[in-house]
Design a protein around this ligand. Structure first.
Ligand SMILES: Nc1ncnc2c1ncn2[C@@H]1O[C@H](COP(=O)(O)OP(=O)(O)OP(=O)(O)O)[C@@H](O)[C@H]1O
Ligand SMILES: Nc1ncnc2c1ncn2[C@@H]1O[C@H](COP(=O)(O)OP(=O)(O)OP(=O)(O)O)[C@@H](O)[C@H]1O
Ligand SMILES: [Mg+2]
Ligand SMILES: [Mg+2]
Lengths: 227, 227
């Protein structure tokens, strides 16, 4: 489903170069459940942004379903993101002027959904992440963990094939985190491809494969044998 | 040092009232090291904002060093915050247009610090949180955990009496988190008062007292006996 071939993502900072990703080879199959771990600054969010078509490599090639992403223009990438990929950002990226319900419906309107259908789906997902009593609140009126759960629900609203989540439970107490992890496990059982960046052992141990990033390179891949 | 007496923080949402804090009694002594835990939405950030004089109760009274905060005007509160309190926000609140170094220096300029002294102190704290190679980066050019560490360093720049940190290690791998926790332990040994909101066991177990919030009320206080 996804292939990274010698992928690099460099930033030019004056005379020095930051090598956020520095030559990554990786294959991810349909229905896989991965955790990506590594030190702060090791390149995890950079890798997830590339996988989610939010960014392009500065070197190497990224294949999505066999197609090299470098041959796709920005409109095509935007369409793939809207229909196939659900993304939970490390900093949530909610729209502060819209309510929880409106934040959830926005991606459905972009896909041409009927308002009544969109509203119903938004209410169902809000309930699934425990926010049915916060539908009229706006992001500044929510706790950090509530905002994070809106971001999670929003990533699922278009029923994506691939769910990419960047530290999706860092602001949640262990009980709430467990509910979210069980939700993600259910999605994995439905056949979705799940890729979670995480610092937390309890999140990584539920994945089938764990990728360890060190200084922008794949250091090793651990197979979780109890799956 | 700090006393909460029947403290309430209510929000009026149309016809319903959100009781973020719903009657909190608490005494915190100088040099204490507390962890505040509780479900997502239970009122932890609300409590920390009140303790940090960033917000005022809607009911009850908050005493800081014996003075009821309700008798202090906004300028007086602002001065206390600037000189005595270091605050790490759950969402960092860095200034995106300024570099790491400039973000760290800003609070020192408000306190009338000389530029050369301010720059030296900013460099020292950046090094202490492992960011001495990111001084010229701006927040959008940093990883999540790097931004969090800038926020931590900034909270310490004025050598505050009280350090209030809201989920200060949620975006850090366990090694980097350990460095930050050791830094906070050092500050506790220096006699600073440390109050950490956290979801993480490994953070809470280093505190001397753990407060558990449930639905805006103190449910129980646990004394960590191995201190
Ligand atoms: N401006 C506001 N208007 C209305 N309700 C609010 C507002 N700010 C916070 N709340 C509500 O107050 C409650 C407590 O919020 P708070 O941010 O203190 O929670 P928290 O314990 O820090 O949660 P988390 O662990 O998710 O960060 C939440 O249910 C939240 O929805
Ligand atoms: N726009 C940019 N310009 C320059 N350097 C950048 C930029 N964005 C990221 N970086 C650098 O690239 C490196 C990797 O960043 P990335 O956000 O992928 O780390 P991460 O593994 O997600 O870290 P964390 O666990 O702290 O979130 C970091 O050292 C960061 O400073
Ligand atoms: Mg990151
Ligand atoms: Mg909070």
């Amino acid at each position: 489903l996804v292939k990274l071939d010698g992928v690099e993502r460099h930033y030019q900072m004056g005379t020095s170069t930051v090598r956020a990703l520095d030559g990554v080879d990786l294959e991810i199959r349909r229905g896989d459940h991965w955790a990506i771990m590594g030190r702060s600054g090791s390149g995890k969010s950079t890798m997830l942004n590339l996988l989610g078509c939010l960014d392009r490599p500065t070197g190497g090639e990224y294949y999505l379903g066999g197609t090299p992403v470098s041959t796709l223009d920005d409109d095509a990438l935007s369409e793939i993101r809207g229909e196939r990929i659900g993304f939970v950002f490390q900093s949530f990226n909610l729209i502060p002027q819209l309510t929880v319900l409106e934040n959830l419906e926005v991606p459905l309107f972009y896909q041409g959904g009927a308002p009544a259908v969109a509203r119903k789906r938004a209410e169902e997902l809000a309930a699934r992440v425990g926010l049915d009593d916060r539908l009229d609140h706006r992001p500044p009126e929510l706790s950090g963990g509530q905002q994070q759960r809106v971001a999670i629900a929003r990533s699922l609203i278009n029923d994506p094939l691939i769910v990419l989540a960047d530290e999706a439970t860092g602001n949640l107490d262990s009980n709430t985190e467990m509910e979210i992890l069980e939700l993600l496990d259910d999605l994995a059982k439905e056949g979705k491809t799940i890729i979670l960046v995480t610092h937390a052992e309890e999140v990584a141990e539920r994945a089938r494969k764990i990728l360890i990033l060190v200084d922008g390179k794949v250091d090793r891949i651990i197979e979780n044998s109890d799956h």
